[in-house]
Design a protein around this ligand. Structure first.
Ligand code: PMP
Length: 455
């Protein structure tokens, strides 16, 4: 048996093997899986803009006008006026001085963290930050101090204890604003305040907040009234803005610095013109019709209420990401499969994406769902869980800060720098849903189109 085959077998044994699911058609409220329509409850197309006719048309027109590829890194040959236009609009939207595009949110985190911290510097990172932040910390070679989830006291303690001894080291606090797998909010106000007190910069990843939270969908930073007070805001174009790519908003000086130092921007091809045009159209739609944001919030509330009525331990609020924490890896996969057979697709999320023992279905509301879609989905999830003997009420409550008494002297556990967290290496090899080739025939445009039309 080859080493690769052994590793695959091991993943299979651990209930951690992933496979790609073949989905026909766009990321609408319903998708076709194996030719069967199912309700999509795990997409980040939160505002339903990825498949909006205006967004599609803008992308198609851009392909005709600008071509499909940007040709090179922007510093070599790739900056087109369309990139500049999107950057101007995004800076205006975010109320920031300047903006620069990146190939993806993953690349933006790697690039910005690496530019703002290096060997001898210290990064303070929430323990549930996204994998791209974790990888950014690793690649930067800075000392990474992982503070407990949303635990401001622990962050304060860490800031006081680490970094700055020589006075020349840089400190960087990094956090998701909406945590991708738990759907809760970072304590941004406190973080900004602590950063000011300890001479640290703040980077906020708004991947799941842009378009979804705050006035006009301007994100969690705007919702907290902190516009202009966060050093770097990263947003993605691949989620609520329905396209692909990412952006960084900051001061003009910071953006100039990133253009000169962020390696994924310097050494990777610029975002493709159709994706840039699609994001421009999506942003225009969001600004013209901000009621979509309200619709998402209402749908999130409907979904949460319906899940709570089924007995799931779900809090009553408006966040669009709802974790149903099953615990065991195989139980999560079985629940996903059982729900899929009943017409609801909610992907099972397992380690290394979430900590061991907290495998879950991560369900997400979209503005394009109807209230009855969401109530039906909750009822199907309840039936599926009970059918497997997984009583919804017995599931784990989602991650909350863990208030523990603070010892006077520092406990060693707090020093867990999580440079090389157990299990997280697999994230480098596999993304959610990857590994085995799909059992059916490879992607076939004609067949796929026919299936979509038949739906
Ligand atoms: N940050 C967070 C919080 C995310 O959830 C994700 C995507 N899942 C990313 C960054 C990466 O963004 P992208 O998909 O654009 O690479």
């Amino acid at each position: 048996m080859s080493e690769i085959a052994e590793r695959l077998e091991e993943l299979e044994q651990l209930g951690l093997a992933r496979r790609l699911r073949l989905v026909s058609g766009p990321q609408g409220p319903t998708v076709l899986i194996d030719g069967r329509p199912v309700l999509l409850l795990c997409s980040n197309n939160y505002l339903g803009l990825a498949d909006h006719p205006r967004v599609r048309e803008a992308a198609a027109e851009a392909a005709m006008r600008w071509g499909v590829g940007a040709g090179a890194s922007r510093l070599v040959s790739g900056t087109m006026t369309i990139h500049r236009r999107l950057e101007e609009r995004l800076a205006e939207f975010e109320g920031s001085e300047a903006c620069v595009l990146f190939g993806s949110g993953y690349l933006a985190n790697i690039g910005v963290i690496g530019a703002l911290a290096g060997s001898g510097d210290t990064i303070f990172s929430d323990e549930l930050n996204h994998a791209s932040i974790i990888d950014g910390c690793r690649v930067s070679r800075a000392q990474a101090i992982v503070y407990r989830h949303r635990d401001v006291e622990h962050l304060e303690w860490s800031l006081a204890r680490h970094g700055g001894r020589r006075g020349t080291e840089r400190k960087l606090i990094v956090t998701d604003s909406v945590f991708s797998m738990d759907g809760n909010l970072a304590p941004l106000e406190e973080i900004v305040e602590l950063a000011g007190m300890h001479g640290a910069r703040v980077l906020v990843d708004e991947a799941h907040a842009t378009g979804n939270l705050g006035p006009g969908g301007r994100g969690a930073v705007a919702q907290a009234g902190l516009e202009g007070e966060v050093d770097v805001v990263i947003g993605t174009l691949g989620k609520a803005l329905g396209s692909y790519g990412a952006y960084v908003c900051a001061s003009a000086e910071m953006v100039r610095y990133l253009i000169n130092t962020a390696r994924p921007l310097i050494f990777s091809t610029a975002p493709p013109p159709p994706a840039v045009a699609g994001a421009l159209a999506a942003l225009a739609l969001l600004q013209e019709r901000p009621h979509r944001v309200q619709r998402l919030r209402t749908n999130a509330r409907v979904l949460r209420r319906a899940l709570a009525a089924e007995g799931f331990p779900v809090s009553e609020q408006e966040m669009h990401i709802v974790p149903l924490v099953v615990g065991d890896e195989r139980d999560a996969v079985n629940l996903c499969q059982e729900a899929l057979e009943r017409g609801v697709f909610a992907q099972a999320i397992r380690p290394p994406t979430v900590p061991a023992g907290t495998s879950r279905l991560r369900v997400t509301a979209m503005a394009s769902h109807t209230a009855s879609d969401l109530r039906m989905a909750a009822s199907i999830l309840g039936q599926a869980a009970r059918r497997l003997g997984l009583e919804p009420a017995a599931m784990l409550a989602p991650a909350e800060p863990k208030p523990e008494p603070r010892p006077q002297s520092a406990p060693p556990a707090w020093e867990s720098e999580r440079e090389e967290p157990e299990g997280l290496y697999a994230e480098e090899l596999l993304d959610e849903g990857e590994l085995r080739a799909p059992p059916s025939a490879p992607f076939d445009l004609e067949r796929d189109d026919a299936i979509t039309r038949a739906a």
